[in-house]
Design a protein around this ligand. Structure first.
Ligand code: C2O
Length: 415
């Protein structure tokens, strides 16, 4: 009797520990290559079946934990629009050479650009399965760590190909309307990625609007359905709206359904329709940029084949840190199913590396930082007073304004 009761109690306890309310065993998502299969962006059977599985490793998988080399200064990822003179010239030459070399590798070499495209595709199409369910690292809390690692190994491979361990990919500062920093706007397409005569850094499958060098990007594009397409507004309105979008994504989080980090996403959780469950920045400016650049960039199975994907995502990577430094309340999830999520990436020597999300959190461990760009525009403006705010039912009301808190604590901050 007593034994039976203990047994029953321990079973109930085990069930409580192991199962969440949805009947899924609580565990972190772990990417493994076994059983990788073709998949689709989005749910259902509408889109084309994408074959994006990576080559299998030839040797053992080696764990990766970034450790800062204290004998070296941090490499600085800078704002592309602010490079000038000789620095700009040298950078553009290296960028072209790096991508030419990356494109020239054999197609089955995991370091070639096409394999980077496929790597991102595989993580967007449910190609990998965890507890029998296809995985998508978008639209949830894996979004930031996955992309940080992805960019890091992409950059390491470029360094290796260039024979330059200090080569640093710079970022597309699309949230800068041009009032701060070097005084040049970042909200236009970076010219070094828009020159069609430079095959290595260009990509043909972009929307026509990307051929206009001065056209301001539209961060208010509706990334999660097709009803709000880019364009059709004056430069002034577009810029004001962009700041409002940024202010909402970075500061006004109170009513946002999934907050900044995105939905809780554990092993076995079902995939969702694109953008359901995404955090505020992922769903807004991030998605808007994908749509604004358009065509391949607007399709997660092709996006990372466009070199412009990388500076776009560096800005996302930078803004993750900017957000965390905006307020002590802006913390990443401390749930072990977030922290212990595992990813696999090939490094520059084609060694397959395994890493955990918890090791993505400290950027300096990777040996880089971002240039401090004073992006105070969306911090102090964009509060809805320009009269171009998104309809209240589409973006939450401006409620608690953290920028006031941040700026009144006496510390001078630039973003
Ligand atoms: Cu992995 Cu901007 O998407």
């Amino acid at each position: 009797m007593e034994t039976g009761r203990i047994l029953l109690l321990s079973c109930v306890f085990a069930l409580l520990v192991c199962y969440s309310g949805t009947g899924v065993r609580a565990a972190p998502v772990k990417i493994t290559f076994d059983g990788c299969k073709p998949g689709r962006v989005g749910l259902g059977t509408d889109g084309p079946l994408m074959h994006c599985c990576p080559p299998m490793p030839k040797g053992p998988i080696v764990d990766f934990v970034p450790v800062r080399n204290m004998s070296k200064p941090l490499r600085v990822r800078k704002a592309l629009q602010c490079l000038e003179g000789e620095e700009l010239e040298i950078y553009v030459q290296k960028l072209r050479k790096g991508y030419a070399l990356m494109r020239a590798l054999p197609l089955d070499d995991p370091r070639c650009l096409e394999q980077h495209r496929m790597c991102h595709c595989a993580h967007s199409t449910g190609a990998y399965t965890c507890q029998g369910v296809g995985v998508d690292i978008h639209f949830g809390w894996l979004f930031y760590p996955f992309h940080r690692f992805f960019l890091y190994f992409h950059e390491r491979i470029l360094q290796h190909l260039l024979g330059d361990p200090d080569f640093t990919l710079h970022f597309w500062n699309w949230d800068n309307a041009g009032q701060g920093g070097c005084g040049k706007p970042g909200d236009i397409i970076p010219p070094m990625y828009a020159d069609p005569t430079q095959h290595s850094t260009f990509h043909h499958n972009r929307h026509n609007r990307t051929y206009h060098p001065d056209l301001v990007v539209d961060l208010w594009v509706d990334a999660w359905n097709e009803t709000r397409l880019p364009g059709g507004f004056s430069k002034e309105v577009t810029k004001a709206r962009n700041l409002e979008t940024m202010h909402w994504a970075m500061i006004t989080l109170k009513d946002a359904p999934e907050g900044f980090s995105g939905r809780v996403y554990r092993a076995g959780y079902p995939r969702v329709t694109p953008y359901v469950g995404a955090g505020t920045l992922e769903v807004s400016a991030h998605g808007a940029l994908h749509k604004w650049v358009g065509i391949d960039m607007d399709d997660f199975s092709f996006a990372a084949g466009d070199p412009l994907f990388y500076p776009h995502h560096e800005n996302i990577d930078r803004l993750w840190d900017v957000w965390r430094n905006l307020s002590p309340n802006n913390t990443v999830p401390n749930d072990p199913d977030f922290l212990d999520a595992e990813f696999l990436f090939y490094d520059e020597n084609i060694v397959l590396r395994r890493m955990k999300a918890r090791h993505a959190l400290d950027m300096s461990a990777f040996g880089y930082e971002y240039e401090d760009v004073p992006n105070v525009e969306w911090l102090t403006q964009g509060k809805g007073d320009a009269g171009v705010a998104p309809p209240a039912d589409e973006m939450p009301q401006l409620a608690e304004d953290l920028s006031e808190l941040t700026l009144s604590d006496g510390s001078e901050r630039t973003f």
